[in-house]
Write a protein that binds this ligand. Sequence first.
Ligand code: SF4
Length: 77
Amino acid sequence: MTAKCPNYEKCPIYNGVLQGKTLTAKAYVQFFCAADAYPTCKRYMVKEATGVCPPNILPNSVLSVDEIIAEYNLKRN
Ligand code: SF4
């Protein structure tokens, strides 16, 4: 499967909170990282907005981008 998200190589999520959770990780890759939907990934959106993304944010986080930015004291670009 070819990843479409430009962050895939360096995205820490698969070596972090999803390490060992093979099926869950595979589902996220299918739905976000290797799909046209990657721009809807919350990790992608937060990184676009601030340049970084906390390692434990999931692609389908229920938090909005603004809520994640506020909760983690991030600064918009
Ligand atoms: S989790 Fe999100 S930011 Fe990370 S590689 Fe997948 S689509 Fe990109």
